[in-house]
Design a protein around this ligand. Structure first.
Ligand code: MG
Length: 458
């Protein structure tokens, strides 16, 4: 059978679908055997998050790879950053990570990584897609069937982080941490890592049996349990992850759930303070807070398109001090690796709290408060390019940033519009110093787009 199921979605951050509906075992074997053909010589690491579909998908992935003669190292359930660390550690040629990140449990996805544990970019996914559509799976098979063995990726992952963190600082000022992994793979890393650092750790939703007690995306709406848990346990800070633990969102000692951007900013602050400046790379949707932080230490901020691979590419090129995607709570600390890493972000946050002897809310109080509003707007798919062209011509003489979608930048405020890559919808984000103003910026943009659509339709 040629090609893939039409409904499989290729994005710049993975190949995804609902397991057994839009993403079938057959598709998975095709994807993994095509990957086996294009990836370089050497071992391939396979790992997954805690979704129940992870196990059958991993077996199909391994079947696809070994049938093409590949030597597979199966690290089983682990956070995405731990799997990426294993690729570098084992000097493997690449890896396949089975995780739909923060998406609902019935979804799953394959994320492809290359050598050094770096996630592959959009171009690579496009080439895999072309390859699959041209060939018939089961064509040129090697004579030698590959091998598979399991390997525990955690000891060396923990060692890398523990070598980087100032353990003495944490030991002399122990921090009480409440951890909520949402039933995801972070449960196998974050509580253990923080205990190794000498923190007093209390856990909630830290099981890995495939039951998800809260929505997997950690944010102000989904972390009510953790907020209460921080208060009831008298913790200094709460931390939460998505299902594959590349994101970190925190809760202050008084139970306030921070925006993902705020936790990100606290870590950027800690790193720039320690390095006395430097360079930060982040995406266009990340809060202006990062500029406030950078300004304080005379550091520079470079903005790139949304997507971990885009941020990493620029961080490597510019030898950035710190970076990530504040908009989703993804922190990248290149001293350990070029990967959005939730457990590492927690360890760094704890070190910062121990060193400054301050609470999360004290640290945040040093910065202005920003408000973010987000709306999704559907539109006729055929009009996508026309709408974006019309919008950019209307705003051509304002302060426009075309790095990713269209971003209009004002004085301490911005509005960003980006077409979704997976559905006929536009996402509009606006950030401003008051909630009302952020709402107004969003509404103005939505009105503008609607009027363009009706003009184009008439
Ligand atoms: Mg994730």
């Amino acid at each position: 059978m040629k090609g893939l199921n039409e409904a499989v979605i290729f994005t710049s951050s993975g190949i995804r679908g609902v397991f057994n509906e839009t993403l079938t075992l057959e598709d998975i074997v095709k994807i993994s055997s095509s990957f086996a053909e294009v990836v370089g010589e050497g071992k391939i690491v396979v790992g997954r998050d805690t979704r129940p579909s992870g196990k059958p998908i991993a077996e199909a992935v391994i079947a696809g790879l070994t049938s093409m003669g590949k030597e597979v190292v199966d690290v089983e359930v682990a956070p995405t950053p731990t799997i990426l660390h294993a690729i570098r550690d084992l000097k493997a040629a690449g890896g396949i990570i089975i995780s739909a990140s923060h998406n609902p449990p019935e979804w799953n996805a394959l994320k492809l990584a290359g050598p050094e544990g770096l996630l592959l970019d959009e171009e690579y996914y496009t080439s895999i897609k072309k390859r699959i559509s041209k060939r018939t799976v089961g064509g040129d098979r090697p004579r030698l069937i590959g091998t598979v063995r399991t390997w525990n990726p955690f000891p060396s992952y923990f060692r890398s982080i523990l070598d980087y963190i100032d353990r003495e600082a944490v030991r002399s000022n122990p921090v009480k941490v409440a951890v909520d992994c949402g039933g995801g793979a972070g449960a196998l890393a974050t509580p253990i890592l923080l205990r190794k650092l000498g923190c007093e750790v209390k856990t909630i939703h830290c099981h890995t049996c495939g039951f998800f007690p809260r929505p997997l995306e950690p944010n102000q709406k989904t972390l009510g349990d953790l907020s209460q848990f921080v208060i009831s346990t008298g913790s200094d800070v709460g931390v939460a992850h998505d299902c594959d633990a590349d994101r970190m969102v925190c809760v202050s000692e008084d139970g306030a759930v921070l925006r993902p951007d705020e936790g990100f900013a606290l870590i950027v602050d800690g790193v720039l303070r320690e390095k006395r400046g430097g360079l930060v790379v982040t995406n266009v949707a990340t809060s202006l807070l990062v500029e406030d932080v950078a300004e304080r230490y005379g550091a520079k901020v470079v903005r790139v398109a949304v997507g971990e691979a885009n941020v990493v590419k620029e961080m490597v090129r510019l030898k950035a001090t710190v970076g990530g995607e504040g908009s989703s709570g993804g922190v990248i600390l290149p001293a350990v690796h070029y990967v959005r890493d939730g457990p590492l972000a927690c360890a760094k946050l704890v070190e910062i709290l121990a060193k400054t002897k301050a609470g999360v809310s004290d640290l945040l109080r040093e910065y202005p408060t920003y408000y973010l509003e987000r709306v999704k707007l559907s539109y006729p798919k055929a009009l996508r390019h026309k709408i974006m062209d019309e919008l950019s011509s209307r705003y051509s003489d304002e302060n426009v940033d075309l790095t990713d979608g269209i971003k209009l930048c004002g004085d301490r405020e911005w509005v960003l519009i980006r077409p979704s890559r997976t559905e006929p919808a536009m996402r509009v984000w606006a950030e401003a110093r008051s909630r009302q103003r952020a709402k107004q910026l969003c509404e103005n943009m939505v009105r503008e787009v609607k009027s363009i659509i009706s003009e184009l339709n008439s």
